[in-house]
Design a protein around this ligand. Structure first.
Ligand code: FES
Ligand SMILES: [Fe+2]
Length: 345
């Protein structure tokens, strides 16, 4: 079986809630599927396949009155669940339009973030509930939006760039963060976790000034399929949660979204400078990804070498196991074993 580039039967991060305004439709490609997003009368998010079932025109190009979507070609109308409610040109008013349905994707809005479930088979969408990730903050709390960028590479390169410890020294060197001259041997314990693995809770490294200003702290980082990195930092009784979500747009592009939560009041006063630092970090990655894209154009042979690349290996192995479990309809078995990894950064 050849490995799928884009995994199915998983939840993908779509956007921060602030981007989806009531009364507006938004077309967006996710995992190679064209989808139209909106909010119904109650403000609840919906997601439909972005093709009119008549001749396939994107529904996102049509009209939306907050209740019904209307196709811009022949004016067919649909409710927010995708059910056809009216075919204007049809003289036979006894015709049952409700048999015509646009595919409706499972969606969730949690902590001011919107997620979509991309099924392998549109006729079998049960089981979605179980695979929703833990966002690590209470139900009533909200994430702040940091940044969104489009990486010009496929999901695999984007993920590997996200979990790769070795690039940090070279891509993210800043005077306030860390300096390439002060390299240190790191030793981190890893364990399997849900649909991925975690770097077991530890004190942040002493050459990261960004952390030491906060005082006594500890951090736990986990990575989970399809491409999300969750960082939970404990500072005394306070909590910081920083999440990076990678969502494949298609085979060539991946969207990165960064969201942030903190119980530290000061963070809200310092939000603009903090957000600026976060954005800068992400744009450093984007810069190297643009160069990587040029390099990959000639399809070079690549390698994953030693412990610094072990997490990338795990990622590929996790993908393979997920794919297998979904094809064979068997429980997913996490292939990662507890291990201590070493690297110099
Ligand atoms: S294509 Fe949409 S109404 Fe005809
Ligand atoms: Fe990075």
């Amino acid at each position: 079986m050849s490995q799928s580039l884009i995994l199915k039967n998983l939840w993908y991060f779509v956007m921060h809630s602030s981007f989806l305004k009531k009364g507006k439709l938004q077309g967006k490609e996710i995992a190679g599927e064209k989808i139209v997003f909106g909010r119904n009368e109650k403000g609840e998010v919906f997601a439909l396949k972005d093709n009119c079932p008549h001749r396939g025109v994107p529904l996102s190009e049509g009209w939306f009155d907050g209740k019904e979507l209307q196709c811009c070609y022949h004016g067919w109308q649909f409710d927010c669940t995708g059910k056809c409610t009216n075919i204007p040109a049809m003289a036979d008013k006894t015709f049952d339009t409700s048999k015509i349905k646009v595919f409706q994707y499972p969606v969730k809005e949690v902590n001011d973030t919107i997620w979509i479930y991309i099924p392998q088979n549109k006729l079998q969408i049960q089981g979605a509930e179980e695979s929703f990730p833990d966002l690590l903050i209470p139900k009533e709390e909200k994430f702040l939006f940091v940044e969104k960028v489009t990486m010009p590479t496929d999901i695999d390169h984007a993920v590997i760039g996200l979990i790769d410890p070795a690039h940090v020294t070279f891509v993210h060197q800043s005077w306030y963060w860390r300096s390439a001259k002060k390299l240190k041997l790191k030793e981190k314990n890893f364990a399997p976790f849900e649909k991925g693995f975690k770097m077991v809770r530890h004190k942040p490294s002493s050459n990261s000034k960004g952390y030491s200003v906060l005082g006594e702290s500890s951090t736990e980082i986990n990575f989970q399929l399809p491409g999300n990195r969750f960082e939970h930092i404990q500072v005394g009784k306070h909590v910081i949660v920083s999440i990076t979500c990678l969502t494949p747009i298609n085979e060539n592009e991946t969207e990165l979204n960064h969201i942030f939560y903190s119980t530290i009041g000061l963070v809200h006063y310092l939000w603009w400078p903090l957000r600026y630092l976060g954005k800068q970090f992400i744009h450093q990655d984007l810069g190297v990804f643009r160069k990587l894209k040029r390099g990959l154009a000639s399809k070079p042979t690549l390698m994953l070498i030693g412990e610094p690349d072990m997490q990338a290996r795990w990622y590929h192995e996790l993908k393979r196991q997920w794919d297998l479990s979904q094809q064979n309809k068997t429980p997913f078995e996490n292939p990662v074993k507890p291990q201590t990894l070493h690297w110099v950064t």
